[in-house]
Design a protein around this ligand. Structure first.
Ligand code: U2P
Length: 266
């Protein structure tokens, strides 16, 4: 049979001494880590929804509510979350099982979050802020790790909360939480007037079946830095005039509490 002749010269060229190969590999690894750290990967989603909800719309719904166990109950919109979105109307979720919520990473923010990101028994009863934060990071935050770690994800939500006072924006246009009915466009325009772009509005129904203001979706660019025009908004749930329910009074909530007995997660 034919025996392939070895080419001693070529062998010499390809087989470098072991220590040289080690040095080359280590140098390549250092180079790679420098490239990675100096140019973070671009977001692989198109924009964000920053979503706030109105507790009044939970408490006067069929579902009922239970008030937050911690923090104050300022009559205000409450943060729901910051959700990465694709332009085609879908969104990524639960992207990474290896970096799940760890409250120790945000211990310096908890005090502010207990005020601005409370849970009115919307997703679980009794209400549990920590579960909501955990859910939001695990579902949405793990999909935005190209730009955020746990701390910066939660901090970004808080920063927008301090920047945009939705209730004041509406009140200044005479739109008040008084169980009155307001034009959907009137509500959107009031917000557009201040941030430059119309938000999406999600409605639910009170016990009588009236459509009411439940959640406000503000669109941000894919680095969560600027407001942007929403590529699409979840508007179908509203009517042209919608109710702006009163903020729930803790004292009147005992009935609602008994309505909602099961624990639900979305
Ligand atoms: O609609 C149910 C839940 O799915 C998530 N959602 C919905 C619409 C959308 O455009 N983007 C998005 O992320 C929300 O997830 P949650 O954090 O509440 O589980 C929404 O409530």
């Amino acid at each position: 049979g034919k025996e392939k002749k070895k080419n001693p010269k070529k062998k010499q060229e390809t087989q470098r001494p072991k220590h040289m190969r080690g040095i080359i590999i280590v140098s390549l690894l250092i180079l790679q880590s420098l490239v990675v750290s100096s140019s973070p990967t671009a977001p692989d989603f198109n924009f964000f929804y920053w979503v706030n909800y109105w507790p009044g719309a939970i408490c006067d719904s069929q579902k009922g509510c239970c008030p937050p166990t911690k923090g104050n109950t300022a009559s205000d919109f409450i943060i729901h979350g910051l959700w990465p979105q694709f332009n085609n109307g879908t969104w990524p979720a639960f992207c990474d099982q290896t970096n799940l919520f760890d409250i120790s990473k945000i211990s310096d923010l908890v005090c502010q979050m207990e005020k601005k990101w409370t849970e009115w028994g919307v997703w679980a009863c009794p209400s549990n802020e920590t579960n909501l934060w955990e859910h939001e990071w695990n579902k949405h935050g793990t999909c935005v790790q190209s730009i955020f770690d746990q701390h910066s994800y939660f901090l970004t939500n808080l920063k927008f909360k301090y920047k945009v006072n939705l209730l004041n924006i509406l009140k200044q246009k005479g739109i008040k939480p008084n169980d009155g009915f307001y034009g959907l466009d009137e509500i959107k325009n009031a917000i557009k007037c201040v941030i430059g772009f119309a938000p999406g509005i999600e409605c639910n129904e009170d016990v009588k079946g009236n459509k009411q203001l439940f959640q406000i979706y503000i669109c941000l660019d894919n680095y969560a830095k600027e407001f942007v025009e929403c590529p699409y908004v979840p508007d179908k749930s509203c009517a042209s005039k919608i109710k702006f329910p009163k903020f729930p009074e803790r004292d009147s909530l005992s009935e609602s509490l008994s309505v909602m007995s099961s624990v639900s997660t979305t």
